[in-house]
Design a protein around this ligand. Sequence first.
Ligand SMILES: [Zn+2]
Length: 102
Amino acid sequence: MVCGQPLFSSENKYDSGSGWPSFDAPMGDAVDQKLDDSHHMRRTEVVCQHCGAHLGHVFPDGPAETTGQRYCINSASLKLVREAAERARIRVKTKLVLRFQA
Ligand SMILES: [Zn+2]
């Protein structure tokens, strides 16, 4: 079964310099967060709210001018989907939406 839940928008993507796809916020309540104590570190795991799949981790060192959060997402779990602009009432440009790829 493929989970096509929209998770992150390109509008929230930014360059963190980490080499990982980074976002300052997920789309709505598309993701859940869990405490992750593996690898002798306390981190917050990000999972798909729909299917529970592991997506990456969230860290509190994101861009201060927006949310301050850095969602560090495993690029293997994402695929780029072009979403038609008609859904956005005002915007004309085509928007990229990242979805979980099972
Ligand atoms: Zn999912």
